[in-house]
Design a protein around this ligand. Structure first.
Ligand code: FEO
Length: 171
């Protein structure tokens, strides 16, 4: 059985994962509006991954005899200044999510809940990937600067990403 504290914290995390998905769909729609359909595809795959993250938490709460309570999902932004600005915002967001996962681990350890601690380790590893993949795109975008040809090439590269249902990872 999950403690009330841990159940509430996981429910907040489920909301954060669903918000992440909503945020990345909003970013994908921004990319569509500036004719970056490859970047939009990348973000849509990322949005699907976030649904997998939320789903894993929901299954875990149910397995432990807890109750998933869904809250309202916040409204994401509509516009960003540029493609680079969008990926920088995505990277910042992932850093916030990593910090939330770290706080969850700290809470599980404080409560001596080894099952939750063990379950959360999947997310700890996943956050390394999440930060690395957004960070890699940020670095490449900084390298190409304002070059139109570079922008075309990176859009093409980002469009190669496919969502991998089994792993919940597009990498
Ligand atoms: Fe679910 Fe991108 O963290």
């Amino acid at each position: 059985m999950l403690s009330e504290n841990i159940q509430n914290a996981i429910n907040r995390q489920i909301n954060a994962e669903l918000y992440s998905s909503y945020l990345y769909v909003a970013m994908a729609m921004y990319f569509e509006s500036v004719d970056m359909s490859g970047a939009a595809k990348w973000m849509n795959a990322q949005a699907q991954e976030e649904l997998v993250h939320a789903d894993k938490f929901m299954n875990y709460v149910n397995e432990r005899g807890g109750r998933v309570i869904l809250d309202a999902i916040g409204k994401p932004p509509v516009e960003w200044k540029s493609v680079l600005d969008t990926f920088e915002a995505a990277l910042d967001h992932e850093r916030k999510v990593s910090s939330m996962i770290n706080d969850l681990v700290t809470l599980a350890r404080k409560e001596n809940d080894h099952m939750t601690d063990n379950f959360l380790q999947w997310y700890v590893a996943e956050q390394v990937e999440e930060e690395a993949s957004a960070g890699e795109v940020v670095r490449k975008l900084k390298l190409i600067g304002d070059s139109g040809g570079g922008r075309f090439m990176i859009d093409n590269e980002l469009g190669q990403r496919v969502f991998n249902t089994a792993a919940g990872s597009g990498e």
